[in-house]
Design a protein around this ligand. Structure first.
Ligand SMILES: [Zn+2]
Length: 455
């Protein structure tokens, strides 16, 4: 008999409530994509949140092992996002005033329900970030495991633009001298960030960009503190200068010009990571261009009611479609896809991220699955896209306990209804999400959207 997801989660909740000793869970019958390849139908034995067996079921199991029948299902590692944001949107609004415990946990839970079990909040985090990071690391049921860059380091009067991003109390450090840049890095290290985020150029606008002397000082200090540096760019010129200066991660796709062979070679040789965030621009016009997408149940499950209402209102789609921003965004997506193909073909290390959560249009959860689909439009096979979003994304963060499924790894995994290697869109058929050996979410289409009160 196959248990219904509701019974299953109730059963596991009871088990957890009553059992303080070693807990063994056995997931049987599913076909496993282990982060590298299709491993075939395998049994997963999980004890205390860690995979102890991936293969044939052991001859003996503890008598109280919980067995779950996943015949006909697929299991993939939990997705890892290298570039997202949280606590910055509430319905149709955004800004740092939303960075509260309730909103951050709501966002972490939404990432988790959509299969993202580890995420990187790449800047614009409020002071509550550090306590919340610890809280969710201790309690997987609260939401995805959180890593991040704290507030990040930007440019005086430049990126991230305080007005458009709604940064009323602006948590971002904005050093004016190299020594201030070094001090900002040391402060963030002391606060407990996982990496350093630099905003170098501002979405290709004419706003001041971060001077070379500032980011070189920040990169040198970060490396002295054993921290990687991710940089926000839009254009190729600053990206090339950053790579030459030893930046570890380019945080967005290059969207102004086709990437030069010299830069491909330089990134390949230096091992620089590249996070394309293909959806960041597509999200600005896609829902206006395809109003029927709003009827899609998977997208509906990701959208707050107020956003759904705004995007369905008479005239909204026409205005968005005709805007100059939409025209630019279409060009940016085309260039981003083209450059991703070039960089991937050139052997550059690709990370996984979307910028979801920075604005209401960058829809948490939905964006990650759309990003996988867009990667296949840039020439990735479904398997390469999935490997990028699991094994490689974990490697970018320096986390060797996850990203693949094998004995000794964390039991962070997503149970799917159909084969994601046959069609990448099958990652949307989420039946269950497990994090640290606990089932933390059921079918994504059963999600509800309890509004979070502003405080
Ligand atoms: Zn971002």
């Amino acid at each position: 008999m196959r248990l219904s997801p509701r019974l299953l989660s109730l059963g596991i909740a009871c088990l957890l409530a009553t059992q303080a000793q070693a807990e063994t869970v056995v997931l049987e019958g599913a076909r496993v994509f282990d982060g590298n390849r299709d491993a075939g139908v395998q049994t997963l034995v999980i004890t205390d949140g860690v995979i102890t067996t991936l293969g044939k079921a052991p001859a003996t199991l503890p008598g109280d092992a919980k067995r779950i029948d996943y015949r006909g299902r697929w299991i993939i590692p939990g997705l890892v996002s290298n570039h997202s944001h949280l606590g910055n949107t509430n319905g149709t609004e955004h800004g740092d005033r939303h960075y509260t415990r309730a909103v951050v946990l709501r966002d972490l839970k939404q990432f988790q329900r959509f299969g993202v079990t580890t995420l990187t909040a790449l800047g614009m985090n409020g002071p509550a970030f550090f306590a919340l990071r610890k809280e969710v690391h201790d309690q997987p049921r609260l939401g995805a495991q959180l890593y991040g860059a704290g507030a990040g380091i930007g440019v005086p009067e430049g990126a991230p633009p305080a007005g458009p991003m709604g940064l009323a109390s602006d948590p971002v450090a904005r050093p004016a001298t190299p020594e201030q840049a070094r001090a900002a890095v040391r402060q963030q290290k002391a606060d407990g960030v996982d990496l350093i985020k630099l905003w170098v150029d501002n979405l290709g606008d004419k706003a001041p960009i971060m001077p070379e002397a500032i980011y070189q000082a920040a990169i040198a200090e970060a490396h002295a503190q054993d921290l990687k540096v991710a940089a926000h760019i839009h254009d190729q010129a600053p990206a090339a200068e950053l790579v030459a200066s030893g930046v570890d991660i380019i945080g967005h796709g290059i969207r102004d010009t086709p990437v030069a062979p010299t830069l491909v070679q330089a990134m390949h040789d230096a091992g620089t990571w590249y996070i394309p965030t293909l959806t960041i621009d597509e999200n600005t016009y896609a829902f206006a261009e395809h109003p029927q997408w709003l009827q899609d149940r998977f997208i509906q499950a990701a959208l707050p009611a107020s956003v759904k209402a705004q995007w369905s209102a008479p005239g909204w789609a026409d205005t968005q479609r005709a805007s100059a921003g939409a025209e630019k965004a279409r060009r940016d997506v085309a260039m981003n896809l083209r450059n991703l193909r070039t960089l991937h073909d050139g052997g550059v290390r690709i990370g996984f991220g979307t910028d979801a959560g920075a604005m209401p249009s960058r829809v948490i959860g939905y964006s990650e699955h759309r990003e996988l689909e867009l990667m296949t439009q840039a020439g990735f096979t479904a398997q390469q896209a999935l490997t990028t979003a699991t094994r490689d994304a974990a490697q970018l963060l320096g986390l060797d306990d996850r990203g693949t499924l094998a004995a000794g790894k964390r039991a962070d995994l997503v149970v799917l209804e159909a084969d994601p290697l046959a069609d990448i869109r099958n990652t949307r058929g989420i039946q269950a999400v497990w994090q640290a050996g606990q089932q933390v979410a059921g079918p994504v289409l059963a999600m509800d959207h309890a509004p979070v009160a502003a405080d």
